[in-house]
Design a protein around this ligand. Structure first.
Ligand code: AMP
Ligand code: MG
Length: 346
């Protein structure tokens, strides 16, 4: 399949019409799939009302069919058509965080294609805060199912180049609007029960949610491997570079001794460091992932750094760890998955 690339300014006025965006929207209306930037990562969009379009998303990504998709909308009336009710807490969260990196699981979902929800009686919805995503949603005038635009298991794409690397030839087109903002996926919260529950940590923190709705719960499966997650996708291998990643909970000196030992055994080693620590280390490749003082910069860089290791020929990757506070919760969630939960403690 030929994959079209449409270049647009990442700062388009989402209320105006642009020929590239009209073309991309036409493709979507014909139930083809198109990747586009959002403020979290690039999404692979398809008409959420069409089983045929949604099947193309699963196929292009190689995504397991029991992992439901997030439906993206540009306006509240679209939400009302897709759900059976909007609980007060969900309404408050939409007012506080939309458009933005918060996905809300609501009762309903019977009006979207059945492969969107993977058979659940809830549907996950988000209004993205990116002018290009909003312009496409408005031009298509459809709710769009849009998971991250990567091959299943790989790090999510934060640039059009990442999407081209994974999906060129497998999808109808890509709208290239430059790099994304947050760099990590949305926070997913379940608002279909009594207590708002975080199913996946992301750009909006627990503290920010609690300011709006009071006490917020966290799905037990996020900290306990033995529990069945409420968000089916959470159980899958994710974000993993080809070389195995190990997290090192200890000093820089300790991390270096592990690396020295492996290199002495003939292994090529990569280190995921920070701006502060990069000059301390010796390895085959050392990639700084933002600044330790600014977790947003770490979130921003993470997927690109994981992909850069794939471009190198290292055998193993060792990574520093970050604080489990604020955005650090989401950063550590993704890093732990990239590492398949391998941690060495000093
Ligand atoms: P992605 O689109 O790849 O960012 O992943 C979407 C995430 O939302 C996955 O972890 C899904 O399991 C989760 N999700 C989507 N729909 C639902 C739903 N109805 N209930 C719970 N989790 C959902
Ligand atoms: Mg994904």
């Amino acid at each position: 399949m030929h994959t079209n690339v449409w270049y647009v300014d990442g700062n388009v006025d989402s209320e105006k019409s642009y020929p590239q965006i009209v073309e991309a929207a036409e493709c979507l209306k014909q139930n083809e799939v198109v990747a586009f930037p959002t403020e979290t990562v690039y999404g692979l969009g398809g008409n959420a009302l069409s089983e045929e379009a949604v099947a193309k998303i699963f196929q292009a990504k190689g995504r397991p069919a029991d992992n439901p998709l997030i439906v993206h909308v540009a306006s509240r009336p679209h939400v009302e058509k897709l759900v059976t009710s909007i609980p007060k807490q969900a309404d408050d969260l939409m007012n506080a965080f939309w458009p933005g990196p918060l996905t809300i699981v609501l009762p309903g979902g019977q009006s979207v294609a059945r492969n969107v929800t993977a058979g659940l009686d809830t549907v996950a919805i988000r209004m993205p805060n990116h002018p290009v995503a909003l312009a496409i949603l408005k031009a298509a005038n459809l709710p769009l199912a849009a998971p991250s635009a990567n091959l299943s298991g790989k790090p999510s794409p934060t640039s059009a180049d990442h999407v081209i690397h994974d999906l060129s030839g497998r999808i109808a087109g890509i709208v290239d609007g430059g790099s994304t903002g947050v760099g990590l996926e949305s926070t997913v919260v379940d608002c279909s029960g009594d207590v708002v529950t975080i199913l996946r940590p992301g750009g909006v923190t627990k503290e920010q949610l609690e300011e709006v709705v009071g006490e917020v719960a966290v799905d037990a499966a996020l900290s306990d491997e033995g529990q069945k997650p409420k968000s089916p996708g959470v159980k899958y291998k994710h974000y993993a570079p080809t070389a195995p990643v190990t997290l090192v909970d200890g000093s820089e000196k300790y991390l270096q001794t592990i690396v020295d030992k492996r290199r002495a055994e003939g292994m090529k080693i990569g280190i995921l460091a920070t701006e502060e620590s990069k000059s301390f280390y010796q390895a085959d490749i050392i990639i700084p992932c933002g600044s330790r003082d600014d977790l947003i910069s770490v979130a921003n860089r993470l997927y690109d750094v994981l992909r850069q290791f794939d471009e190198s020929d290292v055998d193993e990757i060792y990574s520093e760890i970050f604080t489990h506070e604020g955005v650090g919760v989401a950063v550590m969630n993704r890093l732990s998955k990239a590492a398949n939960n391998r941690v060495i403690n000093e």
